[in-house]
Design a protein around this ligand. Structure first.
Ligand code: ZN
Length: 587
């Protein structure tokens, strides 16, 4: 039956109460007493999440009797020394509808191993069997996961319930599981099996169209990294790649794994049968798919040294997220054009939007992308109303750094080399054998040398200005050399410089941009605007209209509540500083 030293049995025993029951059998527990723990965070999402707080009813017993259990720290349990096999049983409360946690009800169950599988200290490198049991009292569910089935013909049934096998703990927590009645579609890309499952999808979702588009993206990326063999990277640890998408009213996000990804998509973004046009929403969904799939190479195999191995008990700090998230954000949209899913004009619109977005963030002049990477755990992942003024995104600015590097390398090498050569060297040096060889990661200071090796181009000055420094990537200078031009448009109307949202009777200020009309007048985040020039406003659009009707230099009287006290602010409107970037091909 169980030939591995560790067996995890998982059952949705109380779907209505959002609970999974886990039984962990340890064949050879530590004679001094066994310690077990849950990860404090999930790789790919850089925030301490304390998954252990969702564990209920923790018990342990050996061949003879119940053993005493005590907590050692927030994540770790100690079980008293025992004789023979140790069996631990616990319940996981699973009601977090995100790509990072676990979510169970009568319609489906989704979980990440980081929420469910205890790490058996001292036995992390041993193989683990996972037994997925059908939910109690519910029929008709199917299992979707990239976990490899256990050896033996009958390990898993046709519905996917049964036994799976992970070679070690690191693999065990890197294959999320979806169970339910979602709509699914399969395709193969360069001969490698892929499966997509959509939970809560519209009944008329156009699976054939989605599969055809995603297949093109997957094939383009596989051929990019392995032009000769066209071997899909995940075949080193799984027999298929699985896209598991939770459909929600307006959700968006993804989390990458070695042979799968968990996605959140908005219902309106997914195409339905009979709808042929490429909408902004569908383009966004395909961009997300492209992004997470690219991570299969870049961050799941090519990794920063700081992640090799992951320390699951604490923050793992690296200054290189601009490489791992920034480059990925550059290549995600680029692969939509390379795969022929969108045309060049659509790509340039996406690029223009990113440039506009980065330049609208005052924080880009205070924080570098290297600092933003290092501080991700306490700043990018813990954003507040001042974040636009204090932070830069290693995703968006990182993607502009990648574009700048790409253009610089093409220029300096007279078109013989590009950022593609950097990716190829990263792949050969760090990624290709990651799960088979002796794993190594990219050192914190390795990029300049690596780019030089890959392309012969010295980028030290570029990196010190735009990665370690806060200067704007000089795309105005670099784009024309590749045949593109960057133009800036400024709206004629003045601007308030505040982000607004509807709140009860008035309009709440979500954020005030530094240096703006709102900032200079003393308006603040969390103020509720009730009236402008004596007229009531009750929607962000009304505030914007009042500002846009005015001329630069005009003064508007704002009545606002701050902590239940009415304040009056005279807001002198400055000329619009918001610039819109437009990239186009040079005539
Ligand atoms: Zn990413």
């Amino acid at each position: 039956m169980n030939n591995t030293p560790l067996l995890y049995r998982v059952e949705a025993h109380d779907p209505a109460g959002h609970r999974l029951k886990v039984t962990l059998t340890i064949a050879d527990p530590d004679p001094q007493g066994q310690q077990v723990s849950l990860p404090a965070w999930i790789p790919g999402s850089y925030l301490i999440r304390d998954f252990s707080r969702q564990i209920e009813s923790f018990t342990a017993r050996d061949a003879q009797r119940t053993r005493s259990v005590s907590k050692v720290d927030n994540h770790t349990w100690h079980i008293a020394p025992c004789t023979g096999t140790l069996t631990i049983q616990y319940v996981v409360y699973a009601w977090d509808l995100s790509v990072r946690g676990a979510h169970v009800d009568q319609t489906h169950a989704f979980f990440n191993g980081t929420s469910v599988f205890l790490r058996v200290h001292g036995q992390e490198s041993l193989p683990c069997t996972v037994e997925l049991a059908p939910p109690k009292g519910i029929n008709g569910w199917r299992v979707y996961t990239s976990l490899p089935p256990a050896p033996g013909r009958a390990a898993t049934g046709r519905d996917g319930f049964g036994r799976y096998l992970a070679p070690d703990y690191d693999a065990l927590i890197d294959h999320p599981v979806e169970m339910g009645t979602g709509l699914s579609v399969r395709f193969s890309a360069h001969g490698a099996p892929h499966e997509m499952v959509f939970t809560d999808a519209p009944a008329d979702i156009d699976l054939a169209r989605i599969a055809a588009d995603v297949q093109r993206i997957c094939e383009a990326q596989i051929a990019f990294f392995e032009p000769r063999t066209k071997r899909a990277p995940f075949l080193d640890s799984a027999n298929r790649y699985v896209f598991m998408t939770q459909v929600t009213p307006s959700g968006y996000g993804g989390l990458e794994h070695r042979a799968s990804t968990a996605l959140m998509a908005a219902r309106k973004d997914l195409p339905v049968r009979g709808q042929a046009q490429m909408t902004d929403g569908y383009r966004t969904f395909l961009g997300l798919v492209s992004h997470e799939y690219f991570h299969t190479w870049h961050v799941k195999r090519i990794k920063p040294q700081a992640f090799v191995p992951y320390d699951l008990t604490r923050e793992n700090l690296t200054r290189l997220l601009w490489v791992f998230e920034g480059f990925t954000s550059y290549y995600d949209d680029l692969f939509l054009v390379r795969a022929g899913v969108i045309d060049e004009a659509a790509y340039l619109r996406l690029l223009s939007k990113t440039i506009t977005q980065v330049h609208a963030t005052p924080g880009r002049l205070k924080q570098s992308v290297a600092e933003s990477s290092f501080d991700a755990w306490t700043r990018y992942y813990k954003q507040d109303e001042n974040s636009p003024n204090a932070l830069v995104s290693y995703y968006t600015k990182g993607s502009l750094v990648a574009l700048g590097l790409d253009l610089l390398i093409r220029r300096e090498s007279e078109g013989r080399k590009s950022l593609d050569d950097v990716m190829h060297l990263l792949w050969r040096r760090y990624g290709r054998d990651f799960y088979q060889g002796r794993p190594a990661g990219v050192a914190e200071d390795a990029m300049a040398e690596l780019i030089l090796d890959a392309t012969g181009v010295d980028t030290k000055r570029f990196l010190s200005r735009y990665v370690d420094g806060c200067a704007d990537v000089p795309l105005d200078d670099l784009l024309p050399l590749a045949g593109f031009a960057l133009e800036w448009k400024t709206a004629a109307q003045p601007s308030l410089g505040a982000r607004l949202r509807k709140a009860g009777e008035g309009v709440q200020i979500a954020a005030v941009l530094e240096g703006s009309s709102a900032h200079r007048a003393g308006l603040s985040a969390l103020d509720t605007i009730m009236a402008i020039d004596g007229l009531r406003v009750d929607s962000p659009a009304m505030v914007e209209a009042a500002v846009e009707r005015s001329r630069a230099g005009a003064t508007l009287t704002f009545h606002v509540f701050r902590n239940d006290i009415l304040h009056v602010f005279e807001v002198r409107l400055l000329g619009n500083t918001h610039r819109e970037a437009i990239v186009h091909r040079q005539p």
